[in-house]
Design a protein around this ligand. Structure first.
Ligand SMILES: Cc1ncc(COP(=O)(O)O)c(C=O)c1O
Length: 369
């Protein structure tokens, strides 16, 4: 019997995806988590109008979704004051990142990111045989100038930055990002991941016209809009860059229910205001809990708070294990020195109360070693 033959590239890759989901962790523990505060989902949920639209669409799910996501793209274009040709809808930012890497990175092509940044970009670069070049964070921020320098040094075709950043929650003012785009070498495309932009202070989003040829912005309904499970993201960019997606995208990739939900969510700005207020309150509460136990909450422009546990990565990992063992799902940065921190998503008062109860227990155990 012959075995199926992977490509040499696929054969060389580990069969692991970037994250172990909370469901897998629950199966391993044999118990559900009490508080799900590790994936930066929005515990405040989607807009009631989005829920109603998805309930209606559920009965129509025998039909494929519109392969062009026309109504949603038209609404997004109006929202961002761009042309419809400047918008592509896809299966979350993660899916769009995969398509972009497929479009631009072949075997041996260079891509630049920050060491310890959101890992899905790296996963896709590895999957298409690209070469990743990494620069360190500077003071818990991604370092735009270093990313640009590395792009010049390596001739990279793609540079990735998330603003605001995950896992640190830090952010740059819009003009810093606009300058970064202006300083990139010719032929290098900036992937600007704005997953958390709905929750960031005014002035965080750079004023870059959609037709700028070397920038593609990525947005999502997973965070502020509270629809992570629906898998709706979108890209904003120059029409010819956006048209590139049509070379490789999954024709019927968008779920009809998700398209309807995203369209309704976009029109409910009052719900987004409500979520922003709830997130601000939750960030402040997580900060209070951290400082009550002698820890430092880092400033955040996102729906999570990164907490400096004040020692090394081994200590933060021990705190994290204690929280997880106590039923509180949280995550932490992978790379030193950011791995001195744990990362706690904003949540409902009940979830945050569970974190407040477990933190001193986890800290006590970690201190005992
Ligand atoms: C920086 C960043 N980009 C993208 C994503 C994933 O977005 P989506 O759900 O749209 O794939 C996340 C989720 O945690 C994120 O933190």
């Amino acid at each position: 019997m012959t075995h199926p033959r992977l490509t040499p590239l696929a054969a060389s890759l580990p069969a692991t995806v970037p994250f172990v989901g909370p469901e897998a962790q629950e199966r391993a523990r044999g118990q559900a988590f009490i508080a799900r505060l590790g994936a930066n989902e929005s515990a405040f949920g989607p807009s009631p109008r989005a829920i109603a639209a998805m309930q209606t669409a559920a009965g129509e799910v025998w039909m494929y979704g519109d392969p062009e996501s026309h109504d949603l793209r038209r609404a997004l274009a109006a929202h961002h004051r761009t042309g419809i040709d400047n918008i592509m809808v896809g299966e979350g930012i993660d899916g769009l990142l995969g398509l972009l890497v497929r479009l631009y990175i072949g075997a041996g092509d260079g891509a630049v990111t920050s060491d310890g940044a959101y890992p899905t970009f790296n996963y896709h670069v590895a999957g298409f045989g690209g070469v990743l070049h990494k620069v360190p964070y500077a003071g818990d921020h991604e370092d735009p100038a270093a990313l640009v320098t590395k792009a010049h040094e390596t001739g990279a075709k793609l540079v990735y930055i998330a603003n605001p950043d995950n896992p640190m929650g830090s952010w740059h003012q819009g003009p810093v990002i606009a300058q970064m785009a202006a300083d990139l070498p010719t032929g290098c495309l900036l992937l600007l991941d704005e997953a958390y932009i709905d929750l960031a202070p005014d002035g965080t989003a750079p004023e870059i016209p959609a037709d700028t040829p070397n920038v593609i912005r990525l947005r999502t309904f997973s965070k502020g809009h509270g629809m992570a499970g629906a898998r709706v993201g979108y890209a904003i960019g120059a029409a010819d860059v956006i048209a590139g997606f049509n070379k490789v995208r999954n024709h019927f990739g968008m779920c009809r229910i998700s398209q309807a939900g995203a369209l309704a969510a976009l029109q409910d700005s009052a719900w987004m205001d409500h979520v922003r207020a709830a997130v601000a309150q939750s960030r402040a509460e997580i900060g209070r809990i951290a400082s009550a136990h002698g820890l430092t909450a880092l400033p955040s422009a996102t729906n999570f708070v990164t907490i400096d546990c004040g020692r090394d990565g081994a200590f933060a990992r021990a705190v994290l294990s204690g929280l997880v063992a106590d039923g509180v799902f949280v995550r932490m940065p992978f790379v030193a020195p950011q791995d001195r921190c744990i990362r706690v998503s904003c949540g409902t008062p009940d979830q945050i109360a569970a974190f407040a109860r477990s933190l001193p227990i986890a800290l006590g155990q970690a201190k005992m070693g």
